[in-house]
Every structure is written in structure tokens, then in C-alpha cells.
Design a protein around this ligand. Structure first.
Ligand code: GTP
Ligand code: MG
Length: 302
């Protein structure tokens, strides 16, 4: 028997479909997904194990220009993921145009990690006509730094098996079982983290524009009883005006966020969940490095 193990960094602009792809590949929801850009903030591992291989996918924040300390933390996560990758998978949203800046960024990836292979995926092909895909394929086909180019759809599971085979083809085989993670784990994140992200996901769906981007969710109580889980969480926002919007008329928005999050958490935990949400203001917390460190936006290698 031969075994394969590898780290796969999944990279790309905000909203390219990185988290959706990883959730599909590891057959579990490890990362929240939303139609708004900059959903993912932390590097999240999605682990796929079977008899002969273990692939560790690193979900990363979407690549964008930093405007505050939170953005800088997010972009540092991207660099860490690139540095540790055996294979880099760079996603391009095929419903959008590819800018020269993005092409240059992709060309440079190999210089950031010379050992790594580079796969570029054109994502969301279920949304585009074949005729519109062809120009993108030929544009990227000319980039010699790319080892493999794969059009795929995570939602329709089109070509996701091709991506897996391609990644495995790049990894060396070993006679020893070289897996680094326990085989029953599909993520490195705690239930606490998943609970806070689930609440943030509902806020991303239900709140408009900039407001959910300025939200951080802090779990203050997580108590598992025999048939019930008690969760208290603070939703921290940047301004008092945001606070009243998050609470909504007679508390309706907060109730909605809470109900949707509770449903997901009950499915995940297979228990009744009693979820209590509180909204607090912490002015400009995205600029506050002490706050960021205290509330989990801290690089693992620091
Ligand atoms: N139709 C379709 N939609 C997709 C596909 N993959 C992702 N999406 C949608 O695209 C949006 C963004 O997906 P995410 O997985 O959150 O994107 P991301 O790259 O992780 O975004 P950030 O975390 O912000 O960097 C969501 O609304 C997804 O449902 C796909 O294959 N087909
Ligand atoms: Mg994401």
C-alpha cells in the first residue's frame, strides 16, 4: 500500500468560491459561505482522508488591498498558506473578467513557494456559457507558470474529481502512512469557532452593505448538557448606529439572525440549542490590534 499526504492552499479573490469548493471536497461545512466578498477571515483547514491519502485544504481570506489591521491579518494568513503549500489552487470566478494585475499575481505565486505546484481553477462554470469560458481558458492557457488549468463548479460538483486527481498526481507516494491529522477530523477549528462563524454567516446574509464586515462574534458561553447546548454570544459592531440596525425593530433582526444560526447549530450538534445574542459596540475594532488578538484574529505562528 502507498500513501499520499499534502497541504493544498486554496487562494483567490474575495467571493471566488474558495470556501464553497473546500466544503464540497471535504463533504462537510468547515467554512461559512456568503454572496458578500471577504467572508472568510481566518485560515481554516478542511481535511479529506481516505484509505490511501490525506489532503489538508487551507481555506484562506480573499486577496484584497488592506485598509485596516483586520485586512492585514487576513493577508498575512494568505502568505502563511502559500508558504506551507505543496499544491496551490488559485480560483478565478469565471463570471468575471481577469485583470492584468490578477494575471501578474498568479505568475508570481511560484516565486513565493518554489517547491509548490500551481493549479488554476475557473470556478462557477454552471453560471457561464461555454462560449464565454473559452476566452478565459485561452487567456490562462498562455500563462506558463500554471501547471494545470481546470474549469469547475462546486455547486454542481463538475470537475471537482478532476481537481482531486490532479492534486494527488502532484504529491509523492510513500510506503509509510504519512498522515499528519487524526483520521476522524475534518477541520482544525473548535465548535466554539464554528458557532461564532455560523452567527457571522447569518449576519452576512441578513444585513446590508458594510455592516456585516464590521462585525465580530465572540462566544462568551458554550455549555454542553446531556440534551441541550447553551450558547451566549456577543455580536460586536463598530458603531452605535450599526448596533440599532443589527437589533432591528423590536429586536426583529437579532431574532432572525439567532433563529437561523440556532437551526444550523442544532443540525451540527444534534442537540437542542439555546442561543442568546447580545450586541455591543467597540469603536473601530478592526484597527485595534489588541482587540484582534484577544478575539481570535491572531496568526498561529505568532
Ligand atoms: N453558482 C455557483 N455559485 C457558487 C459556486 N461556488 C461558489 N458560489 C457562490 O459564490 C459566492 C461566494 O462563495 P464563497 O465560497 O463564500 O467564496 P470565497 O472565495 O470563499 O469568498 P471569501 O471568503 O470572501 O474570500 C457564494 O454565494 C456561493 O454560493 C459555484 O460553483 N456555482
Ligand atoms: Mg471564503
Amino acid at each position: 500500500m502507498e500513501y499520499k499526504f499534502g497541504y493544498v492552499a486554496v487562494l483567490g479573490k474575495p467571493n471566488a468560491g474558495k470556501s464553497t469548493l473546500i466544503n464540497n471536497l471535504v463533504k462537510n461545512k468547515v467554512a461559512i459561505v456568503s454572496p458578500k466578498p471577504q467572508t472568510t477571515r481566518n485560515n481554516i483547514l478542511g481535511i479529506l482522508t481516505n484509505d490511501s491519502y490525506q489532503l489538508v485544504f487551507i481555506d484562506t481570506p480573499g486577496i484584497h488591498k488592506s485598509k485596516n489591521a483586520l485586512d492585514k491579518y487576513m493577508m498575512k494568513n494568505v502568505r502563511t498558506a502559500i508558504g506551507g503549500a505543496d499544491v496551490m489552487v488559485y480560483l478565478i470566478d469565471s463570471t468575471k473578467k481577469i485583470s492584468q494585475d490578477e494575471v501578474d499575481y498568479i505568475k508570481n505565486l511560484k516565486q513565493k513557494n518554489e517547491e509548490s505546484k500551481l493549479v488554476v481553477c475557473l470556478s462557477k462554470i454552471d453560471l457561464v456559457q461555454k462560449a464565454n469560458l473559452l476566452p478565459l481558458l485561452s487567456q490562462m492557457g498562455e500563462v506558463k507558470e500554471i501547471d494545470e488549468l481546470i474549469p469547475l463548479s462546486s455547486v454542481k460538483s463538475q470537475n471537482t474529481d478532476v481537481l482531486l486527481d490532479t492534486i494527488l498526481g502532484f504529491l509523492p507516494a510513500s510506503k509509510q502512512k504519512n498522515f499528519e491529522y487524526d483520521e476522524e477530523y475534518y477541520t482544525n477549528k473548535s465548535l466554539n469557532f464554528i458557532a461564532s462563524e455560523t452567527i457571522r454567516e447569518k449576519a452576512l446574509y441578513l444585513l446590508q452593505e458594510e455592516i456585516p464586515h464590521g462585525i465580530s462574534v465572540n462566544i462568551v458561553k458554550f455549555e454542553e448538557k446531556t440534551s441541550l447546548v447553551l450558547i451566549d454570544a456577543d455580536i460586536i459592531c463598530e458603531r452605535d448606529s450599526h448596533k440599532s440596525i443589527i437589533i432591528g425593530k423590536k429586536g426583529s433582526m437579532l431574532k432572525n439572525i439567532g433563529q437561523q444560526a440556532r437551526q444550523d447549530l442544532e443540525n451540527l450538534l444534534n442537540k437542542k440549542v439555546l442561543l442568546k445574542l447580545f450586541v455591543k459596540t467597540k469603536k473601530n475594532w478592526r484597527e485595534d490590534t489588541n482587540f484582534l488578538t484577544e478575539f481570535g484574529y491572531k496568526s498561529e505562528n505568532e
